[in-house]
Design a protein around this ligand. Sequence first.
Ligand SMILES: [Zn+2]
Length: 256
Amino acid sequence: MATFKDEAIVLRAFDLGEADRILSLITSGHGLRRAVAKGVKRTKSKFGGRLEPFTHIRAMLHEGRNLDTVLQAETVRPHAALRGDYAKFLHGEAMLELIEKSLQEHQEVPRLFDILRVTLDVLEGEVRDASLLLAAFALKVCALIGYRPHLDCCLHCGHEGGGGKVFLDLLGGGMVCSRCRPSCGESLPLSPEGLALMRGLLREDMATVAGVERGPREAGEALSASLRLAEGFLERPLRSRQVIMRQLQGNAERQR
Ligand SMILES: [Zn+2]
């Protein structure tokens, strides 16, 4: 069993007994890991901070049969601002959930750590609309794990949509035109504006997405569709999708 050093971001953390903490981590070069940090809650803990979700650390881990052990950890970025802003927190939590559900334990996907690191850094700063950042994140994570959403033309016949109403084939993983829709399984309607927005979100880098702003209907459509696509690829529901969509709906109703 080896000892290794790596950068990591805490995806989930819960207490074990009086003093220890179990962490779910995505590492830069060693994939998804579960690890125990012993004595983390003692006042003189060698870990400094509390190792909360969102914390970006540089750590030394000892590989275990079931669970690694965190031997040392220093904080690179605490991302504390994400815990102090409810909307950012919700959207950030969805990003952590997406990463955790897209990997098997010890599975490593190149650039998945980097996209999370970059996106959390961006989310902590000035963001026009966190829901668009989350939508872009979901689309890019799908692409990195090998399921790039097919948004350029109809999955079945190659038609480009032509400004008319299209649909998203949730199991096929991309858009279908209205003629081909009857031959696909579960699908969602998508407006031409929603489709154009999603194409842009998949293409642009996160710093650019942070400056994008659209009306609440369009942004909500793109976010909902992106998360539903991710759920289709991952073949499992995202708990945070329901929380966020309820929240957005509540905001829209209050604006009426
Ligand atoms: Zn078609």
